[in-house]
Ligand binder design. Structure first.
Ligand code: ADP
Ligand code: ZN
Ligand code: ZN
Length: 739
């Protein structure tokens, strides 16, 4: 028997091996095996098995079966194949996304040692003060004592215990330490829920879909605070009662504790949490238990869609419009929403894409009847959507005769008012650091990252300039590198500056900040959210991290410091993103019994996107946006494929993209090509970037198969992957951004 094996390398080539007799019974298509590749031992996945050898060269043997990988059922194998084809990724790499090499069903939790007094009572054998102390202490205890507790008698309790054990005076017991897998979910007490008519109707539609056991995609469009999570919970109950399992995807780790907590309060220990910030031991433990079928509900980040959960009946993608669902840094460059729809199709599951601000694509898919529509148009409990005040910052600056005003009069008034009433404030500013630009006043030179050619952000807390793309750090120079002037000036505003200024204005108020710098770890993040939820923080400042999904009843004011951030980025999605952020952030206010208010500051008060967002005119904006997308032939009216060449040498990058360009066959009707041109962010992490974007109108190319065949042909003809030159090709199918 022979097998073709794909490895997690960037080559599409499969390698043929002989299956040794002893393994024939145990391997099949989809098995993870170890085999020699070059002079290394690499684990790969079998993509086909056959009896007749295909060629006469020397063939090596498969060495062993990789231990600890679950047997792939047919549905996951089909998913891997789809990932590979759709995102143009070698199957070995696609398989690695589903079966990460670090995870194993053989995971054993670390063991902790305990000491316990034995039945032998022969104290004469004890030597030395320390042994005696430990022995006496153990004697006074009824249950085994962990070694760590014996540290007060000796720095090295294990040596002492070992010699006591050798003398048979004590027994040493090793117990596995089960990781606390719920340390990233909030405690939540079950609520009495009396479902609203809208909720009931959505739930009953979902339940009857679940009973049919077929692929059924829904868009659940519910305004912020309408109780979408309660709908998820009821739907999950129904799925479980049909003996099906459930995946709930969340885009931001910041919303995980609350939502996971709400699921846990209803479903207890059958809920597992899954995200990148889990400790290694928790990940290992959870994955093993998922493989063993112990969990029925997974609440987690995008990679949770790959967990080998059996019998999936329901997949929920919360805040489905979020770009965080797209994997951008490595292959396969998948979108968890697309994967959810495909996994749902393969497993005959109900798929719910949920949001208060659906992506334009999903909105379009509902309009064109590809998705069924469920609506929760009202907030739960007769709570009104908060009133929004739009503040024109140009007028505000003029009046104050200060062009660096951060807070408008109205914003400060409203904040003071909430502080007086003991209510809480959320302030959104989508830019971290202290100031995004350090500029020489004499020659205008801006401090840039030498690896990315982008402006460095000043961080006051550590007095450093930082690159937000590659994490390069340097202290601010004391004179200009171009003209030697000492006249440098910070401009622009980041969250740290807002925190600083606000603390000056409200010195006696507890103010905290949540952004990537303030919450580098999950614990820090959850701790701050917890304190906010317990009313220990009055004003929480943060980036988009705090704009979505959170539910704090006492937060009655949301302020958006600069609604224009991102408005003018040259990307077809920038308007949509700004709209969603404002609309969502506003939705964090007044979710409980107390009414909410929102203050939105802008330098573009006449901008349609901002006006529509503050008027909650979602349909109005979406219709306009769709018209624009249709005029410009952007998604959802077209398929996009972005082919990027990156490399250290600028000329070589230009040459390579030209070769690729020449290999693109003449384009049929409905397909446009943009480029080759430098990317908007031309150099990132020392690599120059150029791209070609193919846009294929869905009228001519309904399934995208035409554009797929064109780009695949171009790549193949370029033999790019084989030339081994210093540049790299990146293919991004359905990119979320063209920057
Ligand atoms: P969304 O996810 O749509 O923004 P949530 O599910 O967080 O909204 O609901 C907002 C708040 O209203 C939550 O505190 C939730 O528990 C509460 N809520 C929603 N529906 C009900 C209901 N039927 N009965 C009781 N409380 C509800
Ligand atoms: Zn200068
Ligand atoms: Zn950089």
């Amino acid at each position: 028997m022979f097998a073709d094996v794909s490895f997690p390398i960037s080559s599409f080539q499969v390698f043929t091996y002989k299956i040794p007799k002893k393994l024939i019974k145990n391997v099949s298509v989809g098995s993870t095996i170890n085999a020699p590749l070059g002079n290394r031992m690499v684990s790969g996945i079998i993509v086909s098995c056959y009896i007749e050898r295909k060629f006469s060269g020397k063939i090596k043997e498969i060495t062993s079966i990789e231990e600890g990988k679950p047997i792939l059922d047919d549905s996951l194998w089909r998913l891997i194949n789809w990932l590979s084809t759709y995102y143009d990724t070698p199957i070995g790499l696609a398989a690695k996304a589903v079966l990460p090499s670090q995870l194993s069903t053989n995971y054993e939790p670390k063991k902790q040692s305990f000491a316990k007094i034995s039945s032998l009572n022969d104290e004469k054998k004890i030597k030395g003060e320390k042994q005696l102390k430990v022995y006496k202490f153990l004697k006074s205890q009824n249950s085994p004592v962990p070694f760590s507790e014996l540290k007060r008698f000796s720095l090295n309790p294990s040596t002492i215990c070992k010699s006591l054990e050798d003398k048979k005076l004590i027994d040493i017991i090793k117990k596995p330490v089960i990781p606390n897998i719920y340390d990233t979910s909030f405690e939540s007490t079950p609520k009495t829920i009396s479902l609203t008519e809208d909720q009931k109707s959505a739930i009953s539609t979902i339940c009857s879909s679940l009973d049919k056991n077929r692929f059924d995609p829904f868009l659940l469009h519910g305004v912020t605070g309408s109780g979408k999570t309660e709908v998820f919970i009821e739907a999950a109950k129904h799925a479980l009662s049909n003996n099906k399992s459930v995946v709930v995807l969340l885009p931001e780790i910041s919303t995980t504790p609350q939502i996971a907590g709400r699921f846990r309060s209803v479903f207890g220990d059958t809920v597992a949490v899954w995200h990148s910030k889990l400790s290694k031991s928790s990940r290992g433990w959870i994955w093993k238990k998922i493989c063993e079928g112990e969990f029925k509900i997974i609440v987690g980040a995008r990679s949770a869609i790959f967990t080998p959960l059996k019998n999936i009946g329901l997949i929920i993608v919360d805040e489905e419009q979020e770009n965080a669902y797209k994997q951008t840094s490595s292959s396969p460059r998948y979108h968890a929403k697309e994967v959810s729809l495909m996994r749902g199709k393969i497993n005959n599951s109900t798929v719910i894409l949920s949001s208060a601000t659906p992506s334009i694509e999903s909105f379009f898919n509902y309009k064109s009847k590809k998705f069924k529509y469920l609506e929760l148009p009202k907030r739960y409990g007769k709570v009104k959507l908060p009133h929004v005040h739009l503040v024109d910052m140009i007028a505000e600056n003029k009046e104050a005769d200060n062009y660096n005003t951060i807070f408008s009069k109205l914003m400060l008034e409203k904040i003071s008012d909430r502080i007086k009433k003991n209510q809480q404030v959320i302030l959104l500013h989508n830019r971290r650091g202290f100031a995004p630009i350090l500029r020489c006043e004499d020659c205008g030179e801006i401090s840039k990252c030498r690896h990315c050619q982008l402006s460095l952000t000043f961080h006051k807390i550590d007095n450093m300039l930082k690159c937000h793309f590659c994490n390069f750090i340097k202290p601010p120079a004391n004179k200009c590198s171009v003209c030697s002037s000492f006249n440098a000036r910070l401009s622009g505003t980041g969250t740290q500056k807002i925190e600083d200024e606000l603390k000056k204005i409200f010195p006696n108020v507890t103010i905290d900040r949540l952004d990537l710098d303030a919450a580098p770890t999950a614990n820090k993040l959850f701790n701050t959210l917890n304190r906010f939820s317990n009313n220990e923080i009055s004003i929480l400042i943060g980036t988009q991290m705090i704009a979505k999904g959170l539910d704090f009843a006492n937060a009655t004011l949301v302020g958006i410091i600069n609604a224009d951030t991102g408005l003018f980025l040259p990307d077809f999605r920038s308007g949509e993103k700004v709209f969603q952020l404002i609309y969502q952030a506003a939705g964090r206010a007044g979710r409980g019994a107390l009414p909410g208010e929102v203050v939105v500051q802008t330098y573009n008060p006449e901008n349609e996107i901002i006006k529509d967002a503050v008027n909650y005119d979602l349909v109005g904006y979406y219709e306009k946006c769709l018209k624009e997308r249709s005029d410009l032939n952007y998604p959802p009216y077209s398929w996009l494929v972005r082919m990027e060449i990156r490399g250290k040498n600028k000329n070589e990058v230009a040459r390579s993209i030209e070769i690729l360009n020449r290999n693109i066959p003449s384009l049929p009707n409905g397909i446009e090509k943009l480029g080759p041109s430098p990317c908007y962010r031309e150099k990132l992490k020392d690599l120059y970037r150029m791209q070609i974007v193919l846009k294929s109108n869905k009228k001519y190319d309904t399934t995208g198969s035409i554009v797929h065949s064109i780009f695949k042909k171009a790549i193949k003809n370029t033999k790019f992957r084989k030339t081994g030159i210093g540049s790299k090709l990146i293919v991004d199918v359905n990119p979320t951004s063209l920057l």
